[in-house]
Design a protein around this ligand. Structure first.
Ligand SMILES: C[S@@+](CC[C@H](N)C(=O)[O-])C[C@H]1O[C@@H](n2cnc3c(N)ncnc32)[C@H](O)[C@@H]1O
Length: 325
């Protein structure tokens, strides 16, 4: 399990870039970027080095935390997964590669691909002082065009990317990313109903091609949730002083809502129920919303069953519950 906070080398690299960079300018730029993003404009508004840095300072801690939590879920279900090569599609400032380097010591070779040259430049500058990523390769250009030319990788990650594409492009890219994934594909999106919808479509498309779901679902059946319910998770992360200033925030933490799917070529050796919401700790019992092989159920664990109750007290939203735990 890796922590949700940025690793020390990345934090130091970002802090170094902050020297001489006005925080109010960064705050304004990141506000403009997130307004465009919410209006459906994606990250296309990131045009200058200052924009790229403002984006990284404001968003990298949260997207890193979401990727870290998703990788923890994947490695929890597939502990034998030992990828040596990574392909980070829509890598932006390199967030997912940093998280993967932390979570998977087996990784030796990192390829980052992105259409935005400004973000790519920043990613390369940030990785310069990294023990693991200094030798990474950065491929410029549109993934829809370039992926065909790229070598397969043991693990492919697309973090906060597919929401920037049209539905047709999402389908094409899904196909292309799966073709490049030798062992596993991990896709992460914002934890909104729309992000969930995109993950569901990708999950459906690749199960039809023989993919297995390692996490979060304990099965390959259709998602049992019924709208307006949607599957998502939440990861708390610390906010540094600079991060607080840039986001105009008071509290020293942030909760990032996200959704992900981790697909593998081999069937997972174990299956685990997934906690879909914060469990309710009542006086007489704990009630937890669990996604299981048979569907979603509100599971009740009575206090009188002391051992089970003690276990259930440790359950957190997003956790995997193995049947013997
Ligand atoms: C929201 S950012 C996420 C960056 C990074 N993966 C993260 O999680 O922090 C989306 C990234 O996808 C890239 N992108 C969008 N469409 C792309 C495409 N068709 N080909 C390659 N990169 C693309 C953008 O340039 C941007 O860097």
């Amino acid at each position: 399990m890796i922590a949700p906070a940025l690793p020390a080398e990345l934090k130091a690299a970002l802090d170094g870039k902050l020297q001489g960079f006005s925080r109010s300018d960064a705050a304004q730029r990141s506000q403009k970027i997130s307004t465009t993003y919410r209006a459906g404009g994606g990250s296309g508004t990131i045009k200058s080095d200052a924009d790229a840095l403002a984006y990284a300072l404001a968003r990298m801690p949260a997207t890193y935390a979401a990727v870290a939590a998703s990788l923890n879920a994947l490695t929890g279900i597939a502990p034998d997964l030992a990828p040596e090569t990574l392909l980070d599609v829509g890598a932006g400032p390199g967030t997912a590669s940093w998280a993967a380097a932390e979570a998977l010591p087996s990784l030796q070779d990192f390829t980052l691909l992105d259409a935005n040259p400004t973000l790519s430049r920043l990613a390369l500058e940030l990785t310069r002082g990294s023990t693991r990523l200094a030798e990474c390769r950065y491929l410029p250009g549109d993934a829809g065009v370039n992926l065909a030319e790229v070598a397969q990788a043991d693990l492919v990650i697309a973090s906060y990317l597919i929401g920037e594409l049209s539905e047709a492009d999402q389908r094409t890219l899904t196909e292309a990313m799966w073709a490049k994934a030798r062992h596993a594909l991990l896709v992460i999106e914002p934890g909104t109903p729309a992000g969930y919808g995109r993950i569901l479509a990708l999950r459906r498309q690749l199960i039809a091609q023989g993919a297995y779901v390692a996490a979060p679902c304990p099965h390959e059946k259709p998602c049992p949730l019924i709208a307006p319910d949607w599957c998502h998770f939440s990861q708390r992360l610390p906010r540094s002083q600079a991060h607080r200033q840039i986001k105009g925030a008071e509290v020293p933490f942030e909760d990032e809502r996200f959704i992900y799917v981790a697909l593998t070529r081999a069937p997972p050796k174990s299956r685990a129920a997934r906690v879909l919401a914060p469990p309710d700790l009542g006086k007489a019992e704990i009630t937890a919303k669990l996604c299981m092989d048979g569907g979603v159920a509100l599971t009740k664990v009575p206090r009188r069953d002391r051992a089970a109750y003690a276990d259930a007290r440790r359950w957190r939203w997003g956790d995997a519950i193995l049947s013997d735990s």
